[in-house]
Design a binder for this molecule. Structure first.
Ligand SMILES: [Zn+2]
Ligand SMILES: [Zn+2]
Length: 464
């Protein structure tokens, strides 16, 4: 048991108080400010919805972050109880006393404390929105300008205290998710325009996405978008305003052709994502069309991660990629599950061009054989920034793997390698046959010995 998981006296006191919810709620009136945090944590972990709701109503700090608290299943009931505690009040009613909470953050993260109060000791939160016109920052700016100009605030700006609700959203076809979205929508309507829904990470699963769900979002806030099974036609009609993305993942996107107008419109949108750092395509057939994609990507100067999984990239695509000027900035490259390359010369050229920046390389299931690996190994061993290498499900012998490990141990930044089962461990020595577990255990032991001899215990090597 680590130090953090040992219950403190405060935890016992909070638990005891929560055993009688009405008394716990009553005691909030006299509860010292610093005791709100342990009580909130205990109420959250014990799913005391009424107490959580009451605590949000009188929360004595500017912000409240769920942060490291684990939302137990079912998650929505507890989140709704918390959101329901938000108080919307006119500006003139909140000059003294009253609810202090202005930023409610339902995102889970290891890096957030429950409140920023103890870091800043004032009305500040390091997670407040800076992009939306409805953010606290922008709304208060307008409100202050109006007061300064002695205009009637209600005519020129909202006269309600702005509040932000930070939440990661996942749209899917489950009725409970839909009910949660409806609840949020209703809460926004009840807020007289003072509640800003700030969604920075949006995930949409399947075609069930509909316009009204997307319309409750401010595109200026979303910086990470993941689309799964959303038709390209929908993508280009629902998301043209989402241009502040740092990360875009497209998974299983059905579309008719790379020569149609939908694809052209999609590329136009892609070219506008000036802030994009990570782009991932999966199950997105781009055979002989990568050039079109790369043409728009060359303007995206922040792009440093490219993933093309199951994209059926051809030898021609690989050649085009290896000759593209932009690749020299890449830190992450994933070309897994592309099986149609007739030779690895273009890939070798590509590696040479990214060797100065590449930190993460995945080439799983690409039919790489011993001779191909030996051709790329000299270049690979010059990727001095490489931290992660994954080449699982390729067709390599034990000799090739030993060579690989011996070459890579010189890379001082390397921390993780995922390598394939050596061919001799399969029945008849052919990839995909029945595994001989004894041979596999021997192979692992031998490879571990190679690593120990190279004194690289700081690298996590794993077989897949
Ligand atoms: Zn904060
Ligand atoms: Zn926002």
């Amino acid at each position: 048991m680590n130090q953090e998981s040992i219950p403190t006296l405060m935890d016992f006191a909070a638990k005891s108080l929560l055993s009688n919810e009405p008394i716990a709620i009553q005691s909030l009136e006299v509860l010292p400010k610093h005791l709100y945090i342990p009580l909130f944590k205990s109420a959250f972990l014990g799913r005391h919805k009424k107490v959580l709701n009451a605590m949000v109503r009188v929360w004595p700090f500017y912000c409240l972050h769920i942060g490291t608290l684990i939302v137990q299943e079912p998650p929505y009931e507890i989140l709704e109880a918390i959101v329901d505690g938000l108080q919307f009040l006119p500006v003139q009613n909140t000059s003294s006393g009253g609810p202090k909470l202005r930023i409610l953050d339902l995102r889970q993260s290891q890096n957030y404390e429950i409140t920023c109060y103890y870091r800043f000791q004032q009305k500040l939160c390091s997670h407040s929105c800076v992009n939306s016109q409805n953010s606290i920052l922008k709304v208060e700016e307008v409100q202050h300008r109006c007061i300064f100009n002695e205009r009637v605030t209600s005519e020129s700006a909202s006269s309600w205290k702005p509040i932000e609700l930070l939440v990661n959203l996942s749209f899917n076809s489950s009725w409970r998710t839909k009910r949660f979205l409806l609840f949020i929508k209703r809460k926004i309507e009840q807020s007289f325009g003072s509640l800003h829904l700030c969604c920075r990470y949006l995930q949409i699963n399947h075609i069930s996405v509909h316009n009204s769900s997307v319309q409750i979002l401010d595109p200026a806030c979303v910086d990470r978008l993941e689309l799964n099974w959303v038709h390209l036609r929908k993508v280009i009609t629902l998301f043209p305003q989402f241009i502040r993305l740092n990360s875009l993942t497209l998974f299983n996107i059905p579309f008719q052709s790379c020569n149609g107008s939908n694809f052209e419109t999609f590329l136009t949108w892609l070219g506008k994502l000036d802030m994009l750092q990570e782009l991932s395509f999966s199950f997105f057939c781009l055979t002989n069309q990568l050039q079109k994609v790369l043409r728009v990507l060359q303007h995206l100067v922040h792009l440093n991660s490219l993933r093309f999984l199951f994209c059926e990239l051809s030898h021609r695509d690989l050649t085009v990629l290896s000759q593209n000027d932009h690749v020299t900035h890449l830190k992450r490259l994933d070309l897994s599950n592309n099986l149609h390359w007739s030779d690895y010369d273009p890939f070798k050229g590509l590696l040479e061009r990214v060797s100065g920046t590449l930190q993460h390389l995945e080439i799983n299931n690409c039919k790489i054989t011993d001779s191909e690996l030996s051709a790329i190994l000299p270049v690979l061993s010059h990727c001095s920034h490489l931290r992660v290498l994954s080449l699982a499900y390729n067709y390599l012998s034990m000799t090739a793997l030993v060579n690989l490990l011996q070459s890579l141990t010189a890379l001082s930044n390397l921390r993780r390698v995922v390598y394939p089962v050596p061919l001799h461990c399969y029945e008849l020595g052919r990839f995909g046959g029945q595994l001989d577990l004894n041979k596999l255990a021997e192979a692992k032991a031998h490879l571990n010995l190679v690593l120990q001899m190279a004194q690289r215990n700081d690298i996590y090597w794993t077989i897949l």
